[in-house]
Write a protein that binds this ligand. Sequence first.
Ligand code: PHE
Length: 338
Amino acid sequence: MDPRPIETALRVDVAAATTPDELEAVRVKYLGRKGVLTGFLRAIGQVQPEERPRLGAESNRLKTLCETLLAERAAELGVGDEVAYQRPIDGSLPATNGSVGRRHVISQTFRRIGSILEGMGYRLARGPEVELEYYNFQALNFPDEHPSRDLQDTFYVSNDILLRTHTSPIQVRFMQENKPPLKVYAPGRVYRNEAIDASHQAEFHQVEGLYIDTDVTMADLRGDLLLFLRELFGSDIQVRFKPHFFPFTEPSVDVDMSCFSCHGHGCAICGQSGWIEILGAGMVHPNVLRAVGIDPDRYSGFAFGVGVDRIAMIRYGVPDIRMFLTNDLRFLEQLTER
Ligand code: PHE
């Protein structure tokens, strides 16, 4: 009783099987009731008793080997994977187009703005989109009768709860919970009951900046905005401040930057003016500091609010703000952060 020819024949038979049926026939041939290995095991009874342990061990080894070889070959043939088996791989077929997803252009813009501000020492702050009227208006020094509190502009959830109309309430929350000096940026989605057109949408996106310390001046605001806009749009950008009004800053400014496209000469992007209105800013109003328990005689600070949709429109030449939320892939796939 020599196991070696059996092993050789087994290996040859397994390798020769090319279909599940042929493989099954090999299994029966060796492991079946009248199979080769079964016969080998039975024959052990006929040999000298001192030969039996060695042949018994050989029988076990052959059985395990047979099962292993069958399983490996089955896997090679894709047995159990019927579809794959019936359609053998055709290497001449064209590859499927592995299209790669990407971040939405608004997310890309958020990230770009965030990484610039983090590089300037601003840390991330967040706040809820469903907000108390107190944080959205009252603590920000909006008079009770201020028109933006009106139902026409603000989506109210209940009497004193609303969808935040700007990211400024995050300033208030952060100042309430942290002591100056503080320097934070706060990105988020905001809501206004707008008449919708190419530049207005009821949901849009802002990034708030806030810096509170002793002796913060408007020159610091100007310096940070200049650096921020130069990082975002190019090193030759200039800024100019125009007087404006926000209840929560005094003085308040509208910030223009020189047109990154025509460098101030006048073109279609800047409406021939050479300047692009880019954000709102100002020195935090003493009433706002008082509302959060910061002494306005000791501390001062600035805040600014960036319209993310507007930045993305300018950066990518997108003519209509509504394209950001329509989610037309033909549009979105063209816009990838450079
Ligand atoms: N919250 C203002 C807005 O939404 C923008 C702003 C933020 C202005 C911070 C000044 C300072 O219009």
